[in-house]
Structure formats: structure tokens, C-alpha cells
Design a protein. Structure first.
Length: 440
């Protein structure tokens, strides 16, 4: 177990540390893993925890969960830094873990930001994980499939931790105001609206929410033992004015709608304004990037095929560097999409095909385009008469690919906007060729 200093004082710790959950029942969020009967909770409660990777954004409880596991399983808990330690330090910790194991003591090695370790450092853990000298709990904000070496990843179970919901953050903040470890010994006057705004601003990050709450209370208006937190103080602390809004409420949807429709109406100035309104209000840039990516295909499509590439690049940039730097990448994508030629032909095509797919579920795949991997399938006519387009001079055939009941259906109707005019001309050529060669 971790040992405290002789001069340790809990009152000197930040609120987020003072309020750190000590048990699973105090833990906020991650019900999909830690709810009653869920897999990780059962492993912890039965003391059958193995090496694992905790993958999730900042402030969702990765370190806290590792400490709870150590307490619950009565193991030695070693908090290890991937930033300041090398292979020499790893081997020293492993040697101590080996000695503890001889006396029947478990060692949980918690490595925060495990993705910062290079391959050699990660490989140094392998023999000790394999023989059970340590239970490795690695925490990362990056996709472990890319950041953790395969050999180590294969010996660990990966658990995905999600951002806390706004409702969970509100409950956490209210507990911080009343809990003795928080501000329970003081009389705090803080409106539910302000607590909701702090939760919205935190964007799923419990540490950020608690830090903001602590700052507004410490800088509140004191009247004896009573503290009042005003909206103006929150605006000062967060550097956000009335732009703060409920990301699950009506204004959230109003603003994203305004952005979408401004781009559709080819108004880059309005689009950039609504983008700024959302970002400066604390909206998740990844959410905006996802919607922008959808717009690229729904409203631009093949009128400008590069639109999707630029939108996806902006999404990746948001993921890599976050706010505030990624604001310029989103601006580039939003302006490009606003100025791009518009076509909703792809969206119309899918919705039309979807309607038929849902109402004509039993339409069989034509035998001619079925695979025939077995003798029986060949005998039943699977793949019989299949025409391989590359074998023909024009790379075209008249082979029927739609079910009989849908022959002649047209879903994709290209416009002549931008580059899509070329796709329209090509489609007309293909249809004319098939008409001219039908029956041959």
C-alpha cells in the first residue's frame, strides 16, 4: 500500500485529490464496467484482477480506479512515471516485486501515460507480467492498438473508460459541496445553474470540473463563514462569458444546426461565427468535427470529393492536438465546405435504397453474383454465368446485380454541380452502353 508522509495534511491537497473515491461505491461513471454485475467490478470484488490497460480521456478515473483495485485486493501499489523513469528503474521495481511475491504479496504497478514508453521500455515489463510478478495497470489517453507493443497488449485486458456524462459531473460537484472532504464544513451558496455550467464546461473531465469548482469557491464572495458563488465569478475563472451553454440542451442543437445550415447556404462568414460560438462555449471540437465530416458527404458529396478528405483531416487534427490549436483546422474545413459546390445526391441515394432495403428484406441475391466456395453451391448454380468485368474490353458487362423485383431502380441521381457533372456523364455512358449491348 502507498504510505503517507509524516507531515502529510489532507487539507493542503487540491479538491480533486481530497475527494478522490476510495471505493467502487464512491466511484462516479463507468457503469458499463463497474455497475452491479459488470465484468470489471466482478473481477475486482473476487480479487481476480489481471494485467490491464485503461484507455480513456483525461479525468475519467483511470488513476483512481487503479488505486481502488490496489486497496480492494490488498496489493502493494507502485505508481510509476512513464515520463521520468527508464529501463534501469523498471528493473529495480521488478526485483522488489519478485521479492514481495516470495512472501505472498501482490504488486500492482500502475503506469500512467504508458504510451510514452518506447518499445524497449514496454518490452522490459513482459517477463514479469508473464510470470505474475506484477499486475500491470497501464493508463493511456491514446489508442493502445497503436501505442502499446503487441506482445504486451496481448497479455493485458483493455478496458475503455468513457467521458463522464453531465449528469454524473453534476452529482460529483454537488457531493463536493456537501462532503466533509470537500466543502462540507462551510456554507456554500451556489446555484444549480452554475453547477450545471461547470459540468458543461468540464467536457466529461471530473478533475477539470472539481478544479473549476474549487477555484470559484475560493474566489467567491465571503461573508463570515458563508461563501456565495456568482455567475460573474464563474465567467472570470473559466474566461467564458454568457457563451456557456448546456451541451445536451436546446441551445446545443440550435448552434450545430446554425453551423450546418450556414455551410449548406454557402455562407462562410456565418459558418465561422457559429463555429466560434460553439468552441468558445466549451463545445467538444471532436463533436463538431464529426458533424462537419457528415456534412462533407451529405451536402457536398461527389460535387467535390476532396471535401471529405479535408473534413477527415480536420477531425484527425482535432484528435491530435485539441483546443485551442485545432480551432484553425476546423475553420479551414468549415470555410472549404461552405464554398464547395453542393450536392445531396449521395444522401438521397442512400435514403431511397434504405427504404427499399427495409421494406423488401427477403429479396434474394441473384445466383450469378453469389460466391461458390463449395461443390454443393456450384451444383446449385451459385456463381454460374458470372461475368468478370476485367475480362472485357470496355470493363463492362450487362450482368444483372439487383434482385429481379428491383430491376430498373435508380438510387443515385447525380447533379451537374462541380465535379459531379463528370460522374453524371460517366454514369450516362455506362447506362447507354448496357442498353446498346443488352442481349449480347
Amino acid at each position: 500500500m502507498e504510505q503517507q508522509s509524516l507531515f502529510y495534511s489532507s487539507g493542503e491537497l487540491p479538491l480533486a485529490e481530497r475527494l478522490r473515491p476510495r471505493t467502487l461505491d464512491e466511484f462516479f461513471g463507468q457503469k458499463h464496467l463497474l455497475g452491479e454485475g459488470k465484468i470489471l467490478r466482478k473481477l475486482i470484488e473476487s480479487d481476480k484482477v489481471g494485467s490491464m490497460i485503461l484507455w480513456g480521456p483525461p479525468g475519467v478515473g483511470k488513476t483512481t480506479l487503479a488505486k481502488i483495485i490496489a486497496n480492494q485486493t490488498k496489493a502493494n501499489f507502485v505508481n510509476y512515471s512513464a515520463v521520468t523513469s527508464g529501463i534501469k528503474e523498471i528493473k529495480q521495481v521488478m526485483a522488489q516485486a519478485d521479492r514481495s511475491r516470495m512472501f505472498g504479496e501482490k504488486t500492482i504497478l500502475f503506469v500512467d501515460e504508458i504510451h510514452r514508453f518506447n518499445k524497449a521500455q514496454q518490452d522490459a515489463f513482459l517477463p514479469y507480467v508473464e510470470k505474475g510478478s506484477i499486475i500491470l495497470i497501464g493508463a493511456t489517453t491514446e489508442n493502445p492498438s497503436f501505442e502499446v507493443v503487441g506482445a504486451l497488449l496481448s497479455r493485458c485486458k483493455t478496458f475503455v473508460l468513457n467521458q463522464l456524462t453531465q449528469a454524473e459531473l453534476i452529482d460529483l460537484l454537488k457531493r463536493a459541496v456537501t462532503d466533509e472532504r470537500g466543502f462540507g464544513g462551510q456554507k456554500i451558496n451556489i446555484d444549480d445553474e452554475i453547477i450545471a455550467q461547470i459540468a458543461a464546461f468540464a467536457n466529461g473531465d471530473a478533475r477539470s470540473a472539481l478544479n473549476t469548482l474549487e477555484m470559484v469557491i475560493l474566489n467567491g464572495d465571503y461573508n463570515g463563514d458563508e461563501v456565495t458563488v456568482s455567475k460573474e465569478m464563474l465567467e472570470q475563472v473559466t474566461s467564458k462569458k454568457s457563451l456557456l451553454y448546456d451541451k445536451s440542451g436546446e441551445e446545443h442543437y440550435n448552434l450545430i444546426s446554425a453551423l450546418h445550415k450556414s455551410m449548406r447556404n454557402s455562407d462562410p462568414d456565418a459558418a465561422v461565427y457559429w463555429l466560434a460560438r460553439m468552441l468558445e462555449a466549451g463545445e467538444d471540437p471532436i463533436y463538431i468535427a464529426r458533424r462537419v465530416t457528415r456534412f462533407a458527404s451529405e451536402d457536398v458529396g461527389l460535387a467535390d470529393p476532396r471535401a471529405l478528405e479535408i473534413a477527415v483531416a480536420a477531425y484527425q487534427a482535432c484528435h491530435l492536438i485539441g483546443m485551442p490549436e485545432c480551432s484553425v483546422h476546423l475553420t479551414e474545413a468549415v470555410v472549404y465546405l461552405a464554398l464547395a459546390p453542393k450536392s445531396n445526391a449521395l444522401d438521397v441515394a442512400y435514403m431511397s435504397a434504405k427504404k427499399d432495403a427495409l421494406t423488401m428484406l427477403a429479396e434474394p441475391v441473384p445466383l450469378v453474383i453469389r460466391n461458390a466456395p463449395t461443390k454443393l453451391m456450384k451444383e446449385l448454380g451459385y456463381g454460374k454465368g458470372y461475368e468478370y468485368a476485367h475480362d472485357y474490353e470496355d470493363k463492362l458487362t450487362t450482368m444483372q446485380c439487383l434482385p429481379d423485383s428491383l430491376v430498373g431502380r435508380e438510387y443515385y441521381r447525380p447533379t451537374e454541380e462541380g465535379v459531379e457533372g463528370r460522374f453524371k456523364a460517366r454514369l450516362e455512358q455506362i447506362k447507354q452502353w448496357k442498353k446498346d449491348n443488352k442481349g449480347e
